[in-house]
Design a protein around this ligand. Structure first.
Ligand SMILES: [Zn+2]
Ligand SMILES: [Zn+2]
Length: 365
């Protein structure tokens, strides 16, 4: 079928073009996309050479309705509304053990944007292009999505707000609640206050952390973090992160989503004995962190990485929906909507810091 999709080419604006979309293969569904969030990973894939072959149809925070079911898909019906979370095969040891973010095919789906067999359902001008990004490629009017990480949504839920649950909000909340297992005794620093960091602040409030320190370069983001539950803020453009965190009394937990080595090292250095730091930011390719192994050993600290907050979307997204319904997840404070064809304006507003989470609304044909 013919679809309209935003084509990504390196360091060029997106162009919305007509493409061909193949029918869903076994284990896949066809989704009429209603909304899709833009995540920094989409822009890194387009402009910074993460290994995603271009041209590509990106987009990995899609919400829409199922229009066709591929062979063998169970548990979903035509017409149902779903959120499309990250790609996973559903069959490898990581998927079966409840760690789909570490699926053995994660690179195929989420970085290379292709099926496990190397194919893509999207072609442009007769040539196959990258069209299964994060198992979906949902910067488009329609997507053929892997069913393993689809999650059903209630009809009453606002599609634009739910899109952010697919990746960014899930990553932030999951990192605090699943990975760091934060609780009332914790003093937690959150480094970087985009969607992921602000979702982490909301999670820290749910976990009733004693002290939540938000760190960012942008005062308006820090003000927003304070309204969402941060007890202290540090503007890292004006203050040295290490000494500011030290003054606040030492951390039991830290969560980095900046990927900036100097920030990670400063937060690591501010951890109390047995403190833990989790890293979720995409760093520059050449980035390296330096730490003294003797100090790591002697302090009993934990340094670890995480993808998608270690979440199993089918378990964690319904939990986030419940928090949303009970008012604990004010997603409207993060989301700004744009018509699909204004994708480039949405991107530039995100990069300038004017908006936190742009969400594209697809035409309802
Ligand atoms: Zn898997
Ligand atoms: Zn993402």
């Amino acid at each position: 079928m013919e679809i309209r999709a935003a084509i990504a080419r390196a360091r060029e604006p997106f162009t919305v073009e007509t493409c061909e979309l193949a029918p869903p293969a076994a284990g896949e569904v066809l989704v009429k996309v209603e909304a899709c969030g833009i995540c920094h990973t989409d822009l890194t894939a387009k402009d910074k050479g993460m290994g995603t072959p271009l041209p590509a149809v990106l987009g990995h925070e899609g919400v829409g309705r199922i229009q066709a079911l591929g062979e063998g898909v169970r548990g979903f019906e035509m017409g149902e509304r779903v959120v499309m979370s990250f790609g996973a095969c559903g069959q490898c040891p990581s998927c079966i053990e409840g760690g789909p973010a570490y699926c053995q095919h994660a690179l195929d789906f989420n970085l290379f944007g292709r099926r496990v067999d190397g194919t893509s359902p999207i072609s442009l001008g007769g040539a196959s292009i990258t069209g299964h990004y994060f198992g979906q490629s949902s910067f488009a009017t329609h997507a053929v999505a892997a069913s393993a990480n689809l999650v059903r949504l209630g009809e009453d839920l606002p599609v634009a707000l739910m899109a952010s649950l697919a990746c960014g909000v899930q990553t932030g909340m999951g990192s605090i609640l699943n990975v760091l297992d934060a609780g009332p005794e914790d003093t937690l620093a959150i480094l970087g206050c985009g969607t992921v960091g602000l979702a982490a602040v909301m999670a820290a409030r749910i976990a009733a952390c004693r002290r939540v320190i938000a760190v960012d370069l942008n005062d308006s983001r820090l003000e927003l973090a304070a309204t969402l539950g941060a007890t202290d803020v540090v503007n890292s453009a004006r203050e040295d992160v290490g000494s500011a965190l030290g003054k606040l009394g030492g951390l039991t937990l830290a969560f980095d989503n900046t990927g900036v080595p100097s920030v990670i090292e400063a937060a690591y250095g501010a951890l109390r004995p047995r403190g833990q730091i989790a890293l979720a930011g995409v760093a520059a390719r050449e980035a390296r962190i330096q730490l003294d192994p003797n100090r790591l050993m002697a302090t009993g600290r934990v340094l670890r990485g995480t993808v998608e907050g270690d979440a199993t979307p089918r378990v964690f997204i319904p939990r986030m929906v419940e928090w949303y319904r009970s008012g604990k997840l004010p997603l409207h404070k993060l989301v700004t909507t744009y018509p699909f064809e204004r994708i480039n304006e949405a991107v530039s507003d995100m990069l300038s810091g004017r908006v936190v989470k742009p969400v594209l609304l697809m035409p309802s044909l």
